[in-house]
Design a protein around this ligand. Structure first.
Ligand SMILES: Cc1ncc(COP(=O)(O)O)c(C=O)c1O
Length: 449
């Protein structure tokens, strides 16, 4: 996996003594882009690029270019960026049925939104005299919650999901202790694309006067429109009384370029706990609403532009196409003997098998160019449907490749041994401690020049 271009494009390990020509640099950049674009652009990837139509990308790039020098750390120089930022928050809050009491900020992505919210709950716990605050998450909640627990010294209580694949409300209730500061639900979760019982979880939180965070990083810009289109969407947003915060990613189904997400709070008290402010620094008055100091204002501008250019009509049309395509994906998977779709997801379709090693199938699909996600507990894989998959022929190709790979793994139970070490090896159905210990070296290798 590490640097496949080593021979063809000799690594640059020192700043060149004489600057290279811009044309030369651009030629190289274009060449690399052209080689790598086809796979995601032709719909071989799960998630990853959520819109990707060339005219949409060109429009966002033009907006980026206009604002490329901006930085909201200097709000006096670029009030346009703070205007865009504030409006992104208001538009997202309104989409998620939050009233004026719902406030928030734009962050750099889903992980940062989650980290910010968890830090706010931790600090509120400390204010309330809880020495070691705890969060309760289902095992299907995103890894970002574990990251938050590690970074901020929060105890993470993990509750196994219920038999239907969603968070287990009864087990969550049993896990609450006086140290619990927040319960987490996903709408939907990343692994199996199912929406947790948000109303039940939020009622538990409200009853105890603790926080309830809904991670709608994946579904925040899908579910509101799916509901308007008449699909069955259980209550998941600020209409649910106990929900105190949400994360929703503009850089996924909001169709902005990578680098933005929104974190929302019911009430300013929690938002203030995520802000950093100081009046005692020798550098003078300093504040930053999120983790970063300087921030790319251009990403905020292009996020605003993406949302306003899409409009309700654009989002509705996109979600209609995505859900119809996901319906075709579910039908294709169910038609293959030995495969089972987990639950009835709206757009992120996970499937498993009692008959063939599903990770072997995943590896065989990789050999055919697919970039899908391997899952565990239970071993499964998923295709998170985006606009890239709504184009003619993509799902037919997926169905044909999947059927052929399942057949191959049935006949070759050892298939997949030569694939990447992190997911690889057909005999495995669970990532072991040995894999965990090897991940850091694997990451080192990725960045070797
Ligand atoms: C449900 C959910 N939460 C959080 C995240 C983290 O988002 P990001 O990769 O933007 O940090 C993801 C990413 O896929 C997700 O699916």
């Amino acid at each position: 996996m590490s640097n496949p271009y080593r021979d063809e494009f000799p690594p640059v390990t020192r700043i060149p003594a004489r600057g290279r020509g811009r044309d030369e640099i651009l030629t190289m950049m274009r060449e690399l882009r052209d080689r790598e674009e086809a796979r995601w652009s032709d719909g071989f990837a799960s998630g990853s690029v959520y819109h990707g139509d060339p005219d949409h990308v060109a429009f966002l790039s033009e907006v980026y270019t206009l604002h490329s020098q901006t930085n909201p750390l200097h709000a006096d120089l670029w009030p346009s960026i703070t205007k865009f930022d504030g409006e992104i928050v208001r538009m997202t809050a309104a989409m998620l049925n939050g009233g004026d009491e719902v406030v928030g900020t734009v962050s750099s992505g889903g992980t940062e939104s989650i980290l910010l919210a968890m830090k706010a709950y931790r600090d509120r716990g400390h204010q309330n005299g809880i020495e070691r605050p705890a969060m309760i998450v289902a095992d299907t909640a995103h890894a970002a919650f574990d990251k938050a627990a590690q970074y901020f010294g929060i105890d993470k209580i993990t509750v196994p999901h219920a038999a239907d694949g969603r968070a287990d409300a009864a087990a969550t209730a049993a896990a609450i202790t006086p140290s619990t500061v927040v319960i987490v639900g996903s709408a939907p979760n990343f692994p199996n694309g199912l929406i947790d019982p948000i109303e039940e979880l939020a009622a538990l939180a409200a009853d105890r006067g603790i926080g309830m965070h809904v991670d709608a990083c994946l579904g925040g810009f899908v579910l509101p429109w799916a509901e308007k289109l008449g699909y069955a969407v259980p209550p998941f947003d600020f209409r649910v009384a106990g929900v105190t915060s949400m994360s929703a990613d503009t850089h996924k189904y909001g169709y902005a370029a990578k680098g933005t997400s929104v974190v929302l709070y019911r009430g300013n008290e929690l938002r203030h706990l995520q802000y950093y402010t100081t009046a005692s620094w020798s550098g003078g008055l300093y504040y930053s609403p999120t983790f970063a100091g300087s921030r790319p204002g251009a990403l905020i501008a292009q996020c605003w532009a993406a949302m306003v250019a899409m409009g309700e009509d654009g989002y509705l049309d996109a979600v209609r196409r995505i859900v119809e395509t996901a319906t075709a994906v579910k039908a294709a998977v169910r038609a293959i003997p030995g495969l089972d779709v987990i639950g009835d997801p709206l757009f992120d379709v996970a499937f498993r098998s009692d008959e063939v090693n599903i990770w072997g199938v995943l590896d065989e699909m990789s050999k055919r160019g697919w970039s899908l996600n391997g899952l565990q507990h239970p071993a499964a894989m998923h295709l998170c449907v985006t606009l890239r998959h709504t184009r003619p022929g993509v799902i037919d190709r997926f169905a044909a490749d999947l059927a052929a790979c399942v057949e191959y793994v049935r006949e070759h139970p050892d298939a997949g041994h030569d694939m990447a070490p992190v997911y690889g090896m057909a005999q495995m159905t669970e990532l072991t401690d040995a894999v965990e210990q090897g991940i850091a070296e694997y990451v080192d290798k990725l960045y070797e020049v």
